[in-house]
Design a protein around this ligand. Structure first.
Ligand code: AMP
Length: 203
């Protein structure tokens, strides 16, 4: 473990819990940054997209219900993802906190999460908004090649982000909302993210 990470963990008081939200358009690097944060700070990272893809792959009743929505770049219903997150948050490894990647994605989800965290004694969220211009996002996604990374689906996912998800930034204004320049290499972005998170841990 890097010395910096040890220091961060030592600085972490016994009752310091951290809920980090990675918010940004598809292709902003949320998954990559979530992974780096897990490595550096030991918090579990949860991607609702991954949880949902696992349901589709396992062809569960839920998976069959949401497959077409996901393939078309639409959001799955709030109650579905809210339920998945509530269950995941109850697992022991989330006691110290959690990194949420791709959730909340609607204002209704953000409100649900606020309530859930309060009920379970977590502090208010720290939002890490990865800001990347649309042109760069389109280029990155075209290079990634996931099933929902086809040009027409990318366009739909970007529209959905602007319409449904960007408003959650307004919801968190007045809270702990941190805009982070998401352009550049993953390592550069990780350094910017880490600076913000370390500042929280040393408060
Ligand atoms: P992602 O891996 O985060 O890009 O998510 C892939 C797809 O999963 C999205 O395009 C949505 O169809 C679905 N999805 C992931 N997270 C959510 C969420 N919080 N709310 C609704 N749908 C979601």
């Amino acid at each position: 473990m890097a010395i910096g990470s040890c220091v961060a963990l030592l600085a972490w008081g016994a009752d310091t819990r951290l809920v980090l939200l990675l918010v940004g358009p598809p292709g902003a690097g949320k998954g990559t940054q979530a992974e780096a944060l897990t490595k550096n700070h030991g918090l579990p990272a949860v991607s609702t997209g991954e949880l949902l893809r696992a349901e589709v792959k396992a062809a569960t009743a839920l998976g069959q219900r949401i497959q077409t929505m996901m393939a078309n770049g639409e959001l799955v219903p709030d109650d579905v993802v809210n339920g998945l997150v509530a269950r995941r948050l109850a697992q022991p490894d989330a006691a110290k906190g959690i990194i949420l990647d791709g959730y909340p994605r609607t204002v209704a989800q953000a409100r649900y999460l606020d309530q859930l965290l309060t009920q379970r004694g977590y502090p208010p969220v720290t939002v890490l908004h990865l800001d990347v211009p649309d042109e760069e996002v389109v280029q990155r996604l075209a290079a990634r090649g996931r099933a929902d990374d086809k040009p027409e689906v990318i366009r739909e996912r970007l529209k959905v982000y602007t319409r449904e998800t960007a408003p959650i930034l307004e919801h968190y204004r007045g809270g702990d909302l941190n805009r982070i320049d998401g352009t550049g290499s993953p390592e550069e972005v990780a350094r910017r993210v880490d600076r913000v998170v370390r500042a929280k841990l040393s408060r």
